[in-house]
Unconditional design. Structure first.
Length: 204
């Protein structure tokens, strides 16, 4: 079905917007739009409201940059977490992945990506300076570098290690249960959990 053959402009408009979602082509977007049309109006309103609230009300934790409903996320505000240990990850997806393993009870720091000059991502574009400031403020004894085993991930880990070299903080990295070249988000829970548990000192 091409764009001209849609029986309704409203349907076409919905498909166009749904097709902007990652991994959703126009065929899948049409299937989703037709599914929504078959649902009770109240359910669709609830769905739309939840997406709108997600965009309007969800914040980023001022401490670790994880997703939060308020100023500080649930993990940073949990008194039961080990405040002396900070796990550095690329994105929020890795926080959720590591949490699912149940093997880590410290805090996090979300960089927002990795250094990749080819993609125009430089150290200043990431939450690296805020990590350095966080460590310098005191209380952090170990920084766990849980970055993907890619060239970009290794470059970022090395850059962070150099920035923290004079702070006296213990630098560790997850064990290489993650294959070289693999992104952390694609690791299974068991492998990732063991990699966290068996972390090793980071060598500059």
């Amino acid at each position: 079905m091409n764009q001209q053959s849609y029986p309704s402009y409203l349907l076409e408009n919905a498909v166009t917007h749904l097709a902007k979602l990652p991994g959703v082509g126009r065929k899948s977007a049409l299937r989703l739009a037709l599914h929504l049309l078959r649902q009770d109006e109240r359910e669709v309103q609830d769905f739309a409201q939840s997406v709108l609230l997600l965009r309007q009300e969800v914040h980023y934790c001022r401490v670790c940059r994880n997703i939060a409903d308020g100023d500080i996320c649930q993990i940073c505000s949990d008194p039961g977490r080990d405040q002396s240990r900070v796990c550095v990850v690329e994105t929020i997806k890795e926080v959720m992945l590591i949490e699912q393993t149940g093997q880590y009870k410290g805090l996090y720091h979300v960089l927002g990506g990795v250094i990749s000059p080819m993609d125009g991502i430089h150290p200043g574009d990431l939450e690296i300076e805020s990590l350095v400031e966080r460590v310098a403020a005191g209380g952090v004894q170990e920084v766990v570098l849980a970055l993907s085993a890619t060239m970009e991930g290794d470059t970022t880990a090395y850059y962070i290690a150099k920035k923290l070299a004079q702070t006296g903080v213990s630098l560790t990295t997850i064990a290489r249960g993650i294959s070289v070249g693999d992104e952390l988000q694609y690791a299974d829970e068991l492998t990732l959990g063991k990699s966290i548990l068996n972390r090793i000192p980071y060598q500059l």
